[in-house]
Write a protein that binds this ligand. Structure first.
Ligand SMILES: [Zn+2]
Length: 513
């Protein structure tokens, strides 16, 4: 058998493996409360995925369940239940079975946000897993139980230490209005966690980013027991001075060497810091790595987060990307792959932050009073689609954004969870919400002739953005009567009006295109 044939067979077998290409990228931006223009923590996230899938929103009400054990994806460990469970907003990546174990974001009724990015791959090749370990269940259980970002770290730590983490490597952002933590899990029972300093901005594409850790400062850093000793034992870390661990670098020790500053991450990390924080990091030196977080030149606004999530990394001189020409015209669609490294030895395609695999872009403006928390989102590239706001206080999803199909038969949480891992292609298709269908159609149309069409869309969506902004300001001006108790019905009415504005504008746009 020729080498070519063997390679073809291996490629085909890999294609059949569950989990192939899933939750393949993603990008996160976090601003600490003193680094944000709102004075509260801001979280931005691009969900990057390909393949047959839809995104849809749910609001799961707080509940008292009967089960004693919680089950998630096939092969994962059952986890003892704790009741009652908090209510939460859930943005779901629904795929045909076996489902998506590493997508999905949450913001719970206490105003705790959970988003994640893959950090594949870690160096661990002999993971310690109990009964298959925990995967999707980690984010879901944090959403059901965490009363603060720090509480989320404690819950995730307990889960990883008890069951072991199933994925190769992943970075979670847990945030509330006051503080944000990054929790980086390694396949098996190791993790590192670091608090984002209040006056710092963090961006992260898809690699471990926690570096030096002061493990005697539990308000700043936390780690699994034996994290450093295990790295020494495996030969992943050699202290410069035996017995002195001040030069321990988690990312350096636990990231697989083939994935250290991989092209998929390099441009996004560097441009992300430049846009979000106004800080240019020189990564040209051999072995240069971006910092965990930086102090921004200016506080980061919600618009600044959106601009970061929409970034196309447009300086071809730095990364040899195709960019707009002198007249601002794009010769190619910026969402089609990336550029090629000038270095002939590393001719790998880069990825832009706003790219062809964006399936949702989301910004959580977290408030101390969690009813006031606003989740801005769009189902695809944020450079094309306007984001619509959803106030957590609505405690139900407006009609145009809620899934239909099988989940409509029963909105029981357990049914939704079962469907998440057992859907057929027909179930997925039938579960599309109108906002998803319209958004994907518009993105597809725009990408066919990006340069010409983005301008036409921008003109038309400017009006929608203005109407939505006005609708948000109305609320600030007291239209929701802050002197009076604001009910979830009032918030839902607001969300429905805004969803209606979005759908109406999209229908008009698509009718015209
Ligand atoms: Zn874009």
């Amino acid at each position: 058998m020729t080498i070519f044939l063997i390679a073809l067979i291996i490629a085909f077998l890999c294609h059949l493996l569950p989990g192939r290409g899933k939750a393949e990228a993603c990008f996160v931006v976090v601003a600490g409360r003193d680094a944000s223009s709102t004075g509260r923590v801001l979280v931005g996230h691009n969900e990057d995925n390909r393949g047959e899938l839809i995104m849809r929103h749910h609001y799961v009400k707080p509940r008292e369940g009967k089960e004693t054990l919680l089950s998630f994806e096939e092969g994962s460990a059952p986890v003892p239940a704790v009741w009652p469970a908090l209510g939460f907003f859930w943005t779901e990546t629904l795929r045909p079975a076996p489902g998506e174990p590493f997508g999905d974001s949450f913001v719970n009724e206490r105003g705790v946000a959970v988003v994640s990015n893959t950090c594949c791959k870690s160096r661990e090749d002999a993971p310690d897993l109990t009964d298959g370990g925990i995967g999707w269940g980690l984010r879901r259980i944090v959403a059901e139980r965490a009363h603060s970002a720090r509480d989320a770290v404690r819950i995730a730590s307990d889960l990883v230490l008890t069951h072991g983490y199933r994925g190769s490597g992943r970075s979670y952002a847990f945030a509330d209005a006051r503080e944000a933590w990054i929790f980086q899990a390694v396949n098996g029972k190791h993790f590192a966690a670091a608090r984002v300093p209040d006056d710092h901005v963090l961006v992260n594409p898809n690699h471990y980013s926690i570096r030096n850790m002061r493990l005697g400062s539990p308000d700043e850093f936390l780690a699994s027991p034996g994290l450093i000793e295990y790295a020494i034992k495996r030969g992943w870390y050699v202290p410069a001075r035996p017995g002195h661990y001040s030069d321990f670098d988690f990312a350096e020790a636990y990231q697989h060497p083939d994935y250290v500053m991989a092209p998929i991450n390099e441009a996004r990390h560097s441009f992300g810091l430049a846009i979000a924080a106004g800080v240019k990091i020189d990564l040209s030196a051999r072995g240069a790595r971006p910092p965990f977080s930086v102090r921004p030149l200016e506080p980061l606004s919600i618009k600044g987060v959106r601009d970061t999530l929409s970034c196309h990394c447009e300086r071809p001189d730095d990364f040899n990307f195709d960019g707009p020409d002198g007249s601002g015209e794009w010769r190619t669609c910026p969402h089609d792959g990336g550029g090629i490294l000038p270095d002939e030895n590393r001719r790998d395609a880069y990825t832009r932050i706003c790219n062809g695999s964006n399936r949702e872009s989301l910004i959580a403006d977290l408030h101390e009073n969690s009813d006031d928390t606003v989740i801005w989102s769009c189902f695809g590239n944020p450079c094309i689609l306007p984001m619509t706001p959803f106030h957590l206080g609505a405690r139900a999803i407006p009609e145009h954004f809620a899934g239909h199909g099988p989940s409509e038969l029963t909105q029981e949480t357990e049914e939704l969870t079962r469907l998440h891992f057992s859907a057929t292609s027909e179930d997925v298709k039938a579960s599309e919400c109108e906002a998803w269908r319209l958004s994907r159609k518009l993105v597809g149309w725009c990408d066919e002739d990006y340069s010409r069409r983005i301008a036409a869309i921008a003109d038309k969506t400017a009006d929608l953005r203005r109407k939505i902004a006005e609708s948000e300001e109305e609320e600030m001006d007291g239209k929701l009567e802050p002197g009076r108790a604001r009910t979830s019905e009032m918030f839902l009415l607001k969300a429905s009006e805004q969803a209606g504005l979005f759908v109406e504008a999209m229908r008009d746009l698509i009718g015209e295109v």
